[in-house]
Design a protein. Structure first.
Length: 225
C-alpha cells in the first residue's frame, strides 16, 4: 500500500532536520569532536529532504498479523509514528539467534513502559498464564529499552503481585535486528536517522560533562543517498 505522507509525518521530518542542524550550535555539546560528524549529519539532512518527496510504501498491513505502534515524540512535541510486525519480528529473532539476548527482566523495570490506555483488562487472566517470552527492543532514538510485545503479561503480573523484583522471561533485540520488522522502508530510514542523531548527541554530551565515552556506532546511511 503506497501512501502520501500525512501532514503529521511531514512536520515531524522537518523538525528532525532542525534537530540535526541544531547539533552544531548546541552549547551543551563538546564541539571539539563535532567536526568529525559534520559530513555524516549533512548526509542525514539530505536523506530526510528526499523522504519528504517520497511516498510511503507500507509493506506490512494490519491483516498480516499483530502490529505494535509507537509514537516518537520530538522535543517540540511533533510526532512520528513507527509500527512493528510481531510475526515478522519473531522471524528476525529466529534468524538472528546470536545477536539477540534471552534473559529475565524485572517487572519493575518494564512496568514504566506499559501503556495502560491501550490494554484490555479482560485479557489479564489469560496474560497471567502466558509464559511466552516478552520482546524488548533497543529503541536507539531515545536510549531506551522498549517493550513491543508483552504489555499485558507485564501489567497483569504487576497488578496481581505488586512485586517489582518478579522476573519474566524475555528476548532483548538490538536495533539492527528489530528494525527489519518495521512496517515501511520510510520508517526504517527515519529510525536510522533518529538513532544516529541521538547517538552522536549522547556521545558529545558525555564528553562535555567530562565522562569517558566510546565513539558511537552509527547506522551506515550510504545506500539511501
Amino acid at each position: 500500500m503506497i501512501l502520501d505522507l500525512n501532514p503529521q509525518k511531514v512536520k515531524a521530518i522537518c523538525s528532525i532536520i532542525e534537530l540535526i542542524e541544531g547539533l552544531k550550535v548546541n552549547p551543551d555539546l563538546n564541539m571539539n569532536e563535532y567536526p568529525n560528524y559534520i559530513e555524516h549529519c549533512d548526509k542525514l539532512k539530505i536523506i530526510l529532504l528526499r523522504l519528504l518527496e517520497t511516498k510511503e510504501e507500507i509493506t506490512i498491513t494490519i491483516d498480516s498479523g499483530e502490529l505494535y505502534f509507537r509514537e516518537h515524540v520530538l522535543p517540540n512535541e511533533d510526532i512520528y509514528e513507527f509500527a512493528w510486525s510481531i510475526p515478522l519480528l519473531e522471524k528476525m529473532i529466529k534468524n538472528n539467534g546470536r545477536s539477540v539476548v534471552r534473559k529475565k527482566f524485572k517487572i519493575g523495570e518494564l512496568e514504566q513502559f506499559v501503556d495502560y490506555s491501550g490494554l484490555e483488562m479482560d485479557r489479564f487472566n489469560h496474560a497471567l498464564r502466558n509464559i511466552n517470552p516478552i520482546y524488548v527492543v533497543d529503541y536507539a532514538p531515545s536510549n531506551l529499552s522498549l517493550m513491543i510485545d508483552g504489555n499485558h503479561r507485564v501489567a497483569s503480573r504487576y497488578k496481581t503481585f505488586n512485586d517489582e523484583e518478579m522476573l519474566i522471561h524475555g528476548v532483548y533485540i538490538p536495533a539492527e535486528v528489530h528494525i527489519k520488522s518495521m512496517a515501511s522502508n520510510h520508517q526504517k530510514i527515519v529510525f536510522r536517522v533518529l538513532s544516529n542523531g541521538n547517538r552522536i548527541y549522547t556521545y558529545l554530551k558525555m564528553l562535555s560533562e567530562g565522562m569517558r565515552a566510546k565513539k558511537p556506532k552509527l547506522f551506515n546511511m550510504e545506500s539511501f543517498l
